[in-house]
Write a protein that binds this ligand. Structure first.
Ligand code: T6T
Length: 316
């Protein structure tokens, strides 16, 4: 349940050493979307770095699966502990709202990081990648990899109701339908429940049904990892271009191996840093930014060594 990432040089001490004035010594909780995910580990490291600077005590937790029925009981326990602030990546746009509302109504400052809930009264600040734009960038990258050729493409996502990946699907599909009309969607998005094995099964089954498939957009780290493995296992690496989201160490390996042709890298470390900063502002009654959209960038084998691109590769 409790997590402490190694965090490179900033070796994650749980209690802060800095003097953050008004927030020094306060307790913050970071509830990630799922434990052990390189994206959230990088976010945790950014949050720890800022917490240390401000003298905030940061406790990090996360469910074993990306599933509101597992995250919500952890949130209920957070409610009982009444932290000064909660940074949270909610697992579901609807199902996560009730515990978050309770926490917020009890006086903890709530900051949404990476994912959101539909109820806009929840969250003093919301910090996430512009996911719709990220999805559109994925479509552009896929079209470029295919040199504008005609063909069927597929979207493999995690679960409906996850704000981040739903927005990526929307951005991708909108771009395909309006700009890259040479591409057609083989089917509606298919869902892997964040399991690489399931994503691999999905792409293999789709390749049976649509042997002429030319591309896949996999909307997050685990769906991309499994998709790439599935395409390789089907012996279709030469025919099917894979564009994934996220850029952890294993994703870079798949890119270098040619199992994935492009990645949309986010800035999880920055989301963590900004999340703690906005939470501190909220606790101190300072001005809070209601919405912060962080950047993403397309990473390919060709631009990977470019320092402006390489800085996006997820670090602890
Ligand atoms: O893509 C990230 C995150 O942005 C998304 O909300 C859930 O999946 C990841 O954590 C990657 O596994």
């Amino acid at each position: 349940l409790l997590m402490v990432a190694a965090c490179g040089d900033n070796a994650g001490s749980t209690s802060g050493s800095g003097s953050g004035g008004g927030v020094s010594g306060k307790k913050f909780v970071l509830m990630v979307g799922v434990k052990g995910d390189p994206f959230y580990i990088s976010m945790e490291c950014g949050a720890r770095e800022k917490a240390k600077e401000l003298g905030v005590t940061l406790q990090v937790q996360g469910p074993d699966k990306f599933d509101a029925t597992m995250q919500n009981p952890l949130l209920d326990a957070v409610a009982a502990a009444k932290p000064a602030a909660l940074l949270v990546a909610p697992n579901d746009v609807k199902a996560s709202a009730t515990p978050l509302k309770r926490i917020q109504d009890a006086g903890s400052k709530v900051v949404l990081v990476d994912t959101t809930v539909d109820d806009t009264s929840i969250g003093a600040s919301r910090i996430a990648t512009d996911n719709k734009l990220g999805g559109a960038k994925a479509a552009e990258a896929l079209n470029q990899l295919l040199n504008g050729a005609k063909g069927k493409v597929l979207v493999i996502s995690t679960d409906p109701g996850v704000s981040s990946v739903d927005a990526r699907i929307a951005g991708f599909e909108e771009a395909v339908k309006s700009k890259y009309t040479n591409l057609t969607l083989a089917s509606a998005a298919q869902y892997s429940h964040n399991s690489p094995q399931t994503a691999a099964g999905i792409i293999q089954a789709e390749l049976q049904r649509s042997p002429d498939l030319v591309g896949v957009f996999a909307t997050n780290l685990f769906s991309a990892q499994g998709t790439a493995t599935g395409v390789r296992a089907a012996g279709k690496s030469n025919q099917v271009k894979v564009v994934g989201f996220d850029a952890g160490p294993d994703q870079i390996k798949q890119l270098q191996a040619g199992d994935v042709q492009a990645l949309v890298a986010q800035k999880p470390y920055d989301i963590g840093v900004q999340g703690v900063q906005q939470a501190a502002n909220a606790v101190e009654g300072k001005t809070v930014e209601a919405n912060i959209a962080t950047e993403s960038v397309i990473v390919t084998k060709d631009n990977l060594e470019d320092p402006d691109v390489n800085k996006y590769v997820y670090k602890d």
